[in-house]
Design a protein around this ligand. Sequence first.
Ligand SMILES: O=P(O)(O)OC[C@H]1O[C@H](O[C@H]2O[C@H](CO)[C@@H](O)[C@H](O)[C@H]2O)[C@H](O)[C@@H](O)[C@@H]1O
Ligand SMILES: O=c1ccn([C@@H]2O[C@H](COP(=O)(O)OP(=O)(O)O)[C@@H](O)[C@H]2O)c(=O)[nH]1
Ligand SMILES: [Mg+2]
Length: 724
Amino acid sequence: MSKTIIVSNRLPISLRHRNGRFEFKPSAGGLATGLGSIYKEGENIWIGWPGNTVDDPEQRAEIILELHDLKMAPVFLSKEDVEEFYEGFSNETLWPAFHYFTQYMVYNPEHWDAYVRVNQKFCDAILKKAGPDDTIWIHDYQLLLLPQMLREVLPNATIAFFQHIPFPSYEIIRMIPWRKELLDGVCGADLIGFHTYDDMRHFLSAVGRLTGLSSESGYIQAENRIINVDSFPMGIDYDKFAKQAKSKRTQRFVGEFGKQVEDQKLLLTIDRLDYSKGIPQRIQAFNQLLEQHKELHGKVSMIMIVVPSRDKVQSYKELKEEIDLLVGRINSEYSTLNWVPVHYFYRSFPFEELSAFYNMSDIALVTPLRDGMNLVCKEFVASKTDQTGVLILSEMAGASKELQDAILVNPNDRQGVVDAIYNALSMPLAEQKARISSMQESLKKYDVFQWVKVFMDRLDHVKRKQEELTSKDVDAKVMNEIQANFKKAKNAVLFLDYDGTLTGFHSDPQKAIPDAELKGIVKDLSKLAQVVVISGRDKDTLGRWFDGQDIDMIAEHGVWVKKKENKGDWELYAEIEDGWKDDIRQIMEYYVLRTPGAFIEEKHHSLVWHYRKVESGLGDLRMRELFSHLKYMARGHNLQVLEGNMVLEIKRPDINKGRAATAMMKGGEYDFILAIGDDWTDEDTFKAMPKNAYSIRVGYAFTQANFNIKSVKQVRQLLQKLTS
Ligand SMILES: O=P(O)(O)OC[C@H]1O[C@H](O[C@H]2O[C@H](CO)[C@@H](O)[C@H](O)[C@H]2O)[C@H](O)[C@@H](O)[C@@H]1O
Ligand SMILES: O=c1ccn([C@@H]2O[C@H](COP(=O)(O)OP(=O)(O)O)[C@@H](O)[C@H]2O)c(=O)[nH]1
Ligand SMILES: [Mg+2]
């Protein structure tokens, strides 16, 4: 039976040393609590670090056994691993970078080495457990290299990746010296998920710029497969929180705690100790509230739970000191014998008590400066069994995209936060109920089980799409079949597109000249078959490049044809009418002036605007603009505007490669037909091919062709095989 292997740096339980022994304790943090509800199904297992170092082999063996019963398998990290991989690269480079705290970023090559080493450790641990049909679901930024490491050993495995923290703008990612390796690493997965649309769009933009892989509508075109990138906002185990809040045990705590705070209004804040959570800023906002509203003294207090986290990392140590200081200051200034403004707890709480805090608090103040999702705010809403209470939520948390009925604040706008608290304190009950129940509806619907289901369905979907594509792959078997049929043939014709098919792309199109290898292949083929180079290139370039070859040529998508029998002469296949060109050229020139790197190519029957050399992003933007501009003009002139590989081309619609190929084959009795091309202009050729033809599209895009082939290199291999 196939299983799902969940992999994350931290297991949902952490080991604690106590009196020479160890014990397990639930891990804090959203990843562990969120996924904690789902890994126990079927044969599933969770692989990860048990959160402490264990050197003694006997103890390790014991832990392995105990964890086995809990459906977990440990990856043991050494002291150096913890320092350099976990505290170092993960939490002093990636965490600050991904949360936009670039001032805390450390660039340490030893940390990077450790990151590679520990990702490899995880890879080895997974390989020991993974069967061929298993799904491997990797979580979070500590394991960005793992998908590709696994892919290399298990090329057909089902691998998914989910990132729980934000994915920042390309401007931040580019600061990391190992940025390309990191992105290549994640792209080993089949499905890559983020909490929000913004995270996913930042990721796609970084992949486009740094790896050169292109993408469309969330599908990245990798060398031999497609990868889907999408947004999957994580939910919570709603029923668990709702039920717990009503339970006797929790209600007993509510009663006990309630007695101690009497009828004060309670503001609740719960976070791991982390600078991304905006804890000092929040205390300062509360301080300002008390400064501005003396009437609230003695009537409102803040319960502040700070869960210890990453306390060996310098920036976290400093944060702890800052918080201690700020709490000391506000309490010493305002406390009275029967009122303390901030109840500060630097520790974690058991679930029942946490539930009581959620249930009894009037306001949850969740104001991170940056947060991937933030589950605390969702847990608060789920625990409000009587639908009263107010959630104040930072716009910088992923959760704010879903919880529009919270009071949304910018955590950097202190007065805004103060006003939000003030308004929350006086919000009418009816409004509280309306807001909380609407959020509850949504959290119930999109709970963590639904999240897993949607994610897994999507993974199935990508795998099916990949299969569709690879089922059309020109593999060794297909190659042999093509070769055998070619050998048998008496009258064969080959339609070969040029750019992207016979030769790779060059930043200067005029430099993509045929090399000696290609010339040799074409020469050998032309002795065995009719070879037709069918291209969008202008006739002079094409004629020069294949001068002396015994082949036919079709230039400008079928405007010009040069048959091998009438050497040297180009024949006009379509009548020239180019009165439209002056108007269009003028517009294109305007877009060249505004766009450094862009240029115009003029052919007899078309004008092409090239943007391959334009700053990435800007080129796309200008192309779209030009596209809509030209579309409007095109209608008047009866022209067609087409988007190509880093080009926009405007031409007569009745001229295309398909028409030219059909004309070329007219009257011929072919017993072998092959057409290869790499873009939308070649789709016309494929469409025009008779049923028994082999049509092959280079790259793994969806196509009318009956086969896909990986790259220019493979195309040449196939052609060489035909001549051997
Ligand atoms: O493992 P630690 O270093 O102790 O840190 C705890 C976890 O913190 C992060 O949690 C994130 O995941 C939540 C659920 O998706 C999300 O709500 C939150 O915004 C994130 O910060 C981290 O991503 C995990 O890897 C850590 O285990
Ligand atoms: O004493 C505590 C306080 C909080 N939490 C949990 O820690 C998680 C925090 O997740 P969140 O996504 O809000 O932030 P993260 O810590 O993952 O950045 C929530 O599920 C809380 O229930 C916990 O386990 N023990
Ligand atoms: Mg091409």
